[in-house]
Write a new protein. Structure first.
Length: 558
C-alpha cells in the first residue's frame, strides 16, 4: 500500500489508524436511494468508498436507503446492484436495506419520546413550514411541543397502528426552534404514509425521515468513515444530535465535493423527466450519464474507474470536462479494441480490370497497438464500397483522397486510379470506375511509387448491411441548468445528439458481433454493438466515442 495519501480522506484515515481511533478498522458504505438509476456521479462515490476499503484492508457495504415507499421501486434496486457489481465493487455478504432496521429505528424513536426529546405534532406540513422561521428569524414552538412523554408515546403507537390518515400527524425531535441551523428546528422524524413498500409491503404505515435513518444506519452497521457529498455537511450536526441523545455508536462523517461534469445533469429528478417525457430512450439511453447508459454506449468499467481516480477527491467544488472521461476510454480502447473497416455513407467503386467473378482474402491487422491480437482475413472483390466523402470530383487543395485520374491505396489491398465517374439523372454520383495495379497488393509496388491517400473499403458482395447510431452530447450547453441561457436543461437539448444511419456497409465478420462488442471503425471512432437493438446476425452499432481527443490536445498546449 502506498504511503503517500492520494486525497484528504486518506490522510484522515491514516491519522485515525495511527491514533487507533477505530481500532485499526476501516468500514465504508455506498448508500443509494432506490428512486432512480445510478449515474457517473454515483460512480465516483462507489469507487471512492470501495477503493478506500480495499486500500486499507477494510470492509465495504452496499446499503439501500429505502425510506420513501412512494418513489422507490424494485426495478431501481436491481439496476443499482447490477451497476455497482459491474463497476467492480464487492460488498461480499453485506447487502443491506434501511428497511432491515425499521423495527430498531422505531424502538429508538420511542426511546427519544420517553426521554422527552421528541413529540407528536398535529400541525399540517404548511403550518410547520410557516412556523419554522427564516435564517434571520427564529421559529415558533408548536402548540403540541409541551405534550407529556406518555401522551406522545400513546399517539406514536397509534400512528404506527394506522389509526390516523396521511399528513395528520408527524413525530418531531425537540431540539431548538431558534437554532441558526434550520435543520435543528425540531426536524421531522416520522411521517404517516399508507403506501406499499417494495420490500415490507403494507407492514408499515409509519416511515422514517431520511435524516433520522441516515446516521442510525451507519451506526447499526458499525461504519467508521461515513463519506458523503458536501450538501450533507449542514446535516451532520443533526445526525450527531440524534446519536448523542440515543447514546449509540457514532461514525465519523466526512464530506467531499460531488462530481460536476460539463454537458451533463446529475439530478435524478431531471433525468427521470427526460425518461418520462420520452426525450431519451429510457434510463439506459447511450446519451444518458447513467452507468447503464454509459455501459450500453460502450464505456468500460475500468475506464470509468480510471476517470474517477484521475479527477481525485477534494473539498472544493469544481466542474470536470466531459472530454476527460472520453480520453480515459480512448486510451483503453486504443490498446484493446480490434480495428475493422466500415463504410457509413457508401459509394460504389468498380475495379474494371479486376477479373469478374473472382475474389480473394486480404490479411488485415486486428490492432497495431497489440501484436498479440494477430490478423484477420477480409474478402476483396471487383465491386467495393468506399466513403462518399473520400471522393471529390473537383478536389480542393490538400485533398489527398480519390479524385478523377488520381491514384490512392485501398487499405491492406491495392493501388487504384479513378478513370470514370458515373452519375444518375439528377447528377448525383452513383459509381466510380477504377483500375488497379495487380502488383501493388499489400501497399507496395515494384517501382517503389508512393501515394498520399489511403481509403478503407468493404467488398460489396460480402458487405453486412447495418444500422449505425452516432451519438453526441445530450445538452448543447456545457453547463445545463446553470448557464444564463440554459436555466432549464430542456431548453438546451442538442437536436443532433442522435443520428441514425441506415444501410451502412460493414465487414462481414461483424455479423457475429455480440451485444457489447467494441471495435474501432477505421477513421470513424470506437463503436459498440447495441445491447437493446441488436439481433443475432444483425448488430446495431453505437458510436462510443470519436477518434478526436480534444482533452489530450488541450493538455499538450498546457
Amino acid at each position: 500500500m502506498s504511503e503517500t495519501p492520494n486525497n484528504f480522506i486518506e490522510e484522515i484515515i491514516r491519522e485515525d489508524n495511527r491514533t487507533g481511533r477505530w481500532g485499526g478498522r476501516v468500514h465504508t458504505r455506498f448508500p443509494p436511494e432506490p428512486n432512480g438509476y445510478l449515474h457517473i456521479g454515483h460512480a465516483k462515490s462507489i469507487c471512492l468508498n470501495h477503493g478506500l476499503a480495499q486500500k486499507f484492508g477494510g470492509k465495504f457495504n452496499l446499503r439501500f436507503d429505502d425510506t420513501n415507499p412512494e418513489k422507490e421501486e424494485h426495478e431501481y434496486v436491481t439496476s443499482i446492484v447490477e451497476d455497482v457489481r459491474w463497476l467492480g465493487a464487492d460488498w461480499e455478504d453485506r447487502l443491506f436495506f434501511a428497511s432491515d432496521y425499521f423495527e430498531r429505528m422505531y424502538e429508538l424513536a420511542e426511546q427519544l419520546v420517553n426521554a422527552g426529546k421528541a413529540y407528536v405534532d398535529d400541525q399540517t406540513d404548511e403550518q410547520i413550514k410557516e412556523t419554522r422561521g427564516t435564517v434571520k428569524t427564529p421559529g415558533t414552538d408548536s402548540p403540541c411541543r409541551g405534550r407529556a412523554p406518555a401522551e406522545n408515546l400513546d399517539l406514536l403507537r397509534r400512528m404506527r397502528a394506522g389509526e390516523f390518515p396521511d399528513g395528520s400527524k408527524v413525530l418531531r425531535a425537540k431540539i431548538d426552534m431558534a437554532s441558526p441551523n434550520m435543520l435543528l428546528r425540531d426536524p421531522l422524524i416520522y411521517r404517516i404514509r399508507h403506501a406499499e413498500h417494495h420490500r415490507t409491503g403494507d407492514q408499515w404505515c409509519l416511515y422514517p425521515m431520511y435524516d433520522w435513518a441516515h446516521g442510525l444506519e451507519d451506526s447499526i452497521e458499525g461504519i467508521t468513515h461515513s463519506i458523503c457529498t458536501l450538501e450533507f455537511e449542514v446535516h451532520r450536526p443533526l445526525y450527531d444530535w440524534f446519536l448523542e441523545q440515543l447514546d449509540v455508536y457514532r461514525p465519523q462523517q466526512i464530506e467531499f465535493a460531488r462530481l460536476n461534469l460539463t454537458h451533463t445533469v446529475m439530478s435524478k429528478r431531471k433525468l427521470l423527466k427526460l425518461v418520462q417525457d420520452g426525450l431519451v430512450d429510457g434510463w439506459d439511453d447511450p446519451r444518458m450519464p447513467t452507468i447503464c447508459g454509459l455501459r450500453r454506449r460502450g464505456y468500460t468499467a475500468s475506464a470509468i474507474r480510471d476517470f474517477c481516480d484521475r479527477i481525485g477527491v477534494a473539498r472544493a467544488a469544481s466542474t470536470v470536462e466531459y472530454a476527460l472521461l472520453e480520453h480515459c476510454l480512448r486510451e483503453e480502447l486504443n490498446l484493446s479494441a480490434p480495428r475493422v473497416m466500415a463504410v457509413l455513407d457508401p459509394l460504389k467503386l468498380v475495379i474494371t480490370n479486376y477479373p469478374e467473378g473472382e475474389e480473394e482474402l486480404v490479411d488485415c491487422l486486428n490492432n497495431p497497438e497489440d501484436p498479440s491480437a494477430g490478423e484477420r482475413e477480409v474478402p476483396f472483390s471487383r465491386e467495393l464500397w468506399i466513403e462518399r466523402d473520400d471522393f471529390q470530383e473537383t478536389p480542393p487543395p490538400k485533398f489527398f483522397r480519390l479524385a478523377p485520374g488520381r491514384e490512392v491505396r485501398l487499405k491492406h489491398a491495392y493501388y487504384v486510379v479513378c478513370d470514370e465517374v458515373v452519375k444518375d439523372e439528377a447528377g448525383r454520383i452513383v459509381e466510380l470506375r477504377c483500375t488497379y495495379d495487380p502488383q501493388s497488393r499489400g501497399g507496395g509496388t515494384p517501382d517503389g511509387r508512393k501515394v498520399k491517400g489511403t481509403l478503407h473499403w468493404v467488398s460489396a458482395p460480402h458487405a453486412l448491411d447495418a444500422e449505425v447510431r452516432l451519438y453526441e452530447q445530450l445538452f448543447s450547453d456545457p453547463f445545463p441548468g446553470v448557464s444564463e441561457g440554459c436555466a432549464d436543461p430542456l431548453d438546451c437539448l442538442n437536436p443532433q445528439s442522435l443520428t441514425i444511419l441506415k444501410g451502412c456497409k460493414l465487414e462481414p465478420g461483424l455479423a457475429a458481433a455480440e451485444p457489447g462488442h467494441s471495435c474501432q471503425f477505421l477513421r470513424h471512432g470506437y463503436f459498440c454493438a447495441d445491447a437493446r437493438h441488436s439481433r443475432p446476425g444483425a448488430p446495431v452499432f453505437n458510436r462510443t466515442v470519436s477518434l478526436k481527443d480534444s482533452w489530450a490536445k488541450e493538455q499538450k498546449k498546457v
